[in-house]
Write a protein that binds this ligand. Structure first.
Ligand SMILES: Cc1cc2nc3c(=O)[nH]c(=O)nc-3n(C[C@H](O)[C@H](O)[C@H](O)COP(=O)(O)OP(=O)(O)OC[C@H]3O[C@@H](n4cnc5c(N)ncnc54)[C@H](O)[C@@H]3O)c2cc1C
Length: 447
């Protein structure tokens, strides 16, 4: 069996490794248009926070390791066309040489790009996005030089970048068109705590402001125009608008209405010999009526494993996603899963939510920490449909408990009575998840 994988980023690499581990006789060829592999897109943040010495270190796999495993890789090689009738891949190397080869199965792992469709962007030294290693090197150099920086988009990328820049004595603007940051992941309560931390750190937070364009871009200090403001800056990072890269297949594969490649539960496209994984496709979200484009690496690697196993005849289905995320910003761990209360309304679910602040430890201990918990339930069934946590303590693993609870349609009553541990030196008899569910029940039934 010969499997060709287009794109050697997180999805393509995981698919290649899984294929080889399942059956070492499988011929696996990765084709990648870039010159390097396995760079983590948020590498800039790790470098700025001094968690690595060099940006180039933010990788987890080398070309040599792939080759040792018997995986063939063509770098610096762009696939320019596919011929599904002949099961052929047409590609071009850096020197312009065109070649063609055939496949038994093809895995499309071309991922996503960040396009800013409505804006005319000046040169990359003024306004840019970053994701790949070369674009990250460029952005890092410009961020170091610039004294006044605007960041467009208050999602994870934008907020993590603000956090990394906050102590550098620069003028930072965070511009978000919604009325709160991280609005896809957080309810207003936790979002407003982070917003206060952002403002207290000296960052200029502009909510309800959309970027309309740029002027004076020939000058060192140019202008970013937003709905109501003119912001003078010497560098702008655009952290919005990731879009699937379907260039190679959009003429002959079925697409979803959001432009992603349509796949079944085995990640198989409308052509049974072509699978699509990672950011190029959409994922079924639990308690949502539609599949969504969710550019997160945890979806990417799971979809890659599912595709690789099915390519080799082992039927395994992609489960739902809860879009589980976690980060550390402004001294706090934040973790989210499932729907926010606002999203539940959008999905047509009558929901209720509770926001509580709870102690993590027993009151006699020297170390005292708090956790903010937001739980969202379906009103009629009490099924958990969303949860968010925030604390200075690392509570991130607990979000996986909530994700599992949502996946298994766990009710509030079950969360209160579920068997979770207690240790008097570590937590409370009702851990904070059970305690939050308990508070919810008291609020509902207390007279
Ligand atoms: C700044 C930033 C920070 C992020 N941080 C996080 C995070 O903390 N956690 C998280 O879960 N997610 C994060 N993400 C999202 C994450 O990076 C993506 O979900 C992930 O990279 C998608 O992986 P992929 O393999 O599907 O595709 P991509 O990473 O988009 O890679 C696709 C690959 O295909 C190659 N390719 C495309 N077309 C061709 C062609 N015609 N021929 C040959 N090769 C081709 C590309 O060169 C590329 O290497 C972040 C994204 C950004 C931009």
């Amino acid at each position: 069996m010969k499997v060709v994988i287009i794109g050697a980023s997180h999805g393509g690499l995981q698919a290649a490794l899984t294929l080889k581990r399942l059956d070492s006789s499988t011929e696996v060829l990765l084709i990648e248009k870039r010159t390097e592999i396995s760079f983590i897109s948020s590498g800039i943040i790790l470098k700025m926070n001094d968690m690595v010495d060099e940006l180039d270190q933010v990788r987890y796999l080398t070309l040599e390791e792939l080759e040792e495993k018997g995986i063939d890789v063509l770098l610096n090689t762009a696939v320019t066309a596919l011929d599904p009738e002949r099961k052929a891949v047409i590609f071009e190397s850096q020197d312009g040489q065109k070649s063609e080869l055939s496949y038994d199965k093809l895995i499309l792992a071309t991922g996503s790009n960040q396009f800013s469709t409505n804006l005319t962007l000046p040169s990359e030294d003024k306004v840019t996005m970053y994701k790949s290693y070369p674009s990250s090197v460029n952005a890092l150099a410009n961020l170091e030089k610039a004294q006044s920086i605007s960041i467009v988009g208050g999602g994870y990328i934008g907020v993590e970048l603000c956090d990394a820049l906050k102590d550098q004595g620069k003028e930072i603007h965070l511009i978000e068109s919604a009325d709160s940051i991280l609005f896809r992941y957080l309810g207003k309560e936790i979002a407003s705590i982070i917003e206060k931390k952002i403002i207290d750190s000296g960052i200029n937070l502009h909510l309800n402001e959309s970027v309309l364009g740029f002027s004076d871009t020939d000058k060192e200090l140019f202008v970013t125009h937003t709905t109501n403001k003119e912001i003078r800056n010497n560098y702008v990072i655009v952290a919005v608008n990731a879009r699937p890269d379907t260039t190679l297949v959009k003429e002959f594969l079925d697409l979803n209405t959001n432009g992603t490649v349509r796949v079944n539960e085995q990640m198989q496209t409308s052509d049974p010999d072509i699978y699509a994984i990672g950011d190029v496709t959409s994922y079924p979200v639990r308690n949502s009526y539609r599949k969504s484009f969710i550019p997160l690496v945890n979806n990417v690697v799971r979809s890659a494993i599912v595709a690789a196993m099915n390519v080799l005849g082992q039927t395994i289905n992609y489960n739902m996603t809860q879009r589980t995320t976690a980060t550390k910003i402004f001294g706090c761990y934040i973790a989210t899963t499932g729907l926010t209360a606002d999203e539940a309304i959008f999905e047509g679910i009558e929901a209720e939510s509770i926001f509580v602040t709870l102690p993590c430890q027993m009151p006699y201990l020297k170390v005292q920490e708090e956790v903010h918990v937001n739980l969202v339930i379906e009103k009629s069934t009490h099924k958990l449909i969303g949860g968010q946590l925030m604390s200075e303590k690392d509570i991130t693993q607990s979000i996986n408990t909530l994700s599992l609870a949502i996946d298994k349609e766990t009710t509030l009553e079950e969360l209160v009575t579920m068997d979770f541990y207690f240790n008097p030196a570590i937590n409370q008899p009702l851990g904070f998840i059970s305690q939050a569910a308990y508070e919810f029940l008291i609020k509902k039934y207390g007279v």
